[in-house]
Design a protein around this ligand. Structure first.
Ligand SMILES: Cc1cc2nc3c(=O)[nH]c(=O)nc-3n(C[C@H](O)[C@H](O)[C@H](O)COP(=O)(O)OP(=O)(O)OC[C@H]3O[C@@H](n4cnc5c(N)ncnc54)[C@H](O)[C@@H]3O)c2cc1C
Length: 343
């Protein structure tokens, strides 16, 4: 008798950069599955929307071990570089950018062991390059990387997902086990929402604040001391930033805002002419390590197979493809087990 295999139904909970990237990768890796993205916020209402989107993991970024962490970063860069080289780059909002990291006090800020082996160019700044911007910069590095503009990238991913038959549902999920019985597996990409859904004490908000300004003459990125950055995107330049560990405050803070402008103007004084188009603050979902793992939830007499993919902190745009590829492999393990246990 032929074996009749039911089409697997998979929910991706979350429509930020992590959820949408996961959903699209699931479609290509498990083409016979039915994928549904379930979320209560989309595009401009997500945290992902406000990120500067630069591919630059912090040196403390960590997965479960150093090998997996490096693999996530390698896979992420390859993923975005492929898009950047393709005819889809403009629609997907993936651009290349070069620039400097400067410091007056801390040589370690200018080093990044992840990027040094990954990017085509990552080298110390020359003495004349340290004088390109006002300020007595003592240490510096120059590198070339990618910027992924969420304002373009999220709609591009959504469009790709829907065109390939994916379904999008607007829904707030109070508990993960609500999805039991409706799906064979769920991938939890809820970012900071996982704090409540998983009662995860390791997930900590790191509040951040940025301006988006109109400054088309700025073509390079610049980082300075004390979390200062100027990052050109597709339409606007992001001026940042701030980092407040364990702060739940979501609204704009004028005092932090004034500090950001003062520090950015010191590096590029001509930014004083730039029109401010948006003031934005958000809570980075920080977790050490980022959680990408399987869990089977017991729900009454049945179970829900969950793969978690959250806690990317300040590096979710950078690392979404790598962690999502890993999460998709875990979903496949779940489904293969299910099929073999039925045979
Ligand atoms: C100021 C600032 C600058 C940043 N700059 C960069 C940068 O340059 N580069 C970089 O890589 N990263 C940057 N980040 C970090 C980046 O924004 C995050 O890591 C990333 O957006 C996390 O993506 P996510 O998909 O996990 O979460 P989100 O974008 O928050 O998406 C979560 C999704 O889950 C849904 N959800 C949550 N809970 C529920 C629920 N209970 N029911 C239904 N749906 C739910 C939400 O509606 C949403 O769709 C920055 C962050 C900040 C604050």
């Amino acid at each position: 008798m032929p074996i009749v295999r039911k089409m697997s139904e998979i929910a991706v909970l979350g429509a930020g950069v992590v959820g949408l990237t996961t959903a699209v990768l699931l479609q290509s890796e498990i083409p016979d599955a039915k994928i549904t993205v379930v979320a209560d916020k989309f595009t401009i209402d997500t945290l992902s929307d406000g990120a500067a989107g630069i591919f630059r993991p912090g040196t403390s970024f960590s997965g479960p071990n150093p090998e997996i962490t490096r693999q996530w970063l390698f896979d992420s860069y390859q993923h975005y570089y492929k898009i950047y080289k393709s005819s889809e780059a403009a629609k997907a909002g993936v651009i290349e950018a070069s620039g400097y990291v400067y410091s007056k006090e801390f040589p370690e800020i200018t080093k990044n062991h992840f990027l040094e082996g990954l990017l085509p160019v990552y080298r110390p700044a020359t003495p004349s390059e340290l004088k390109l911007c006002p300020g007595d910069w003592k240490y510096g590095a120059f590198f070339t990387t990618l910027v992924i503009e969420s304002r373009y990238h999220l709609p591009w991913l959504t469009n790709k997902f829907e065109k390939a038959g994916g379904k999008v549902v607007i829904r707030n999920v109070e508990r993960l086990d609500e999805l039991a019985g409706q799906f064979d597996a769920a991938v939890n990409c809820t970012g900071f929402g996982a704090k409540k859904l998983c009662m995860d004490n390791k997930l900590v908000p790191i509040r951040g604040q940025v301006y988006k300004v109109k400054a088309p003459w700025v073509k390079m990125f610049f980082y300075g001391d004390y979390d200062t950055y100027i990052i050109p995107g597709v339409d606007y330049v992001t001026l940042g930033g701030s980092r407040h560990f364990d702060s739940y405050r979501k609204d704009w803070d004028d005092h932090d805002g004034a500090g950001i402008l003062e520090r950015c103007y010191e590096i590029l004084p001509n930014l004083k002419q730039a029109e401010i188009v948006r003031k934005w603050s958000g809570l980075r979902p920080h977790r050490d390590p980022v959680r990408v793992e399987k869990e089977v939830l017991q729900v009454g007499n049945s179970t829900l197979k969950v793969v978690h993919n959250y806690g990317h902190g300040g590096y979710g745009v950078t690392t979404a493809p790598g962690t999502s590829k890993y999460a998709v492999a875990l979903v496949k393990e779940f489904l293969e087990n299910k099929i073999s246990s039925k045979l």
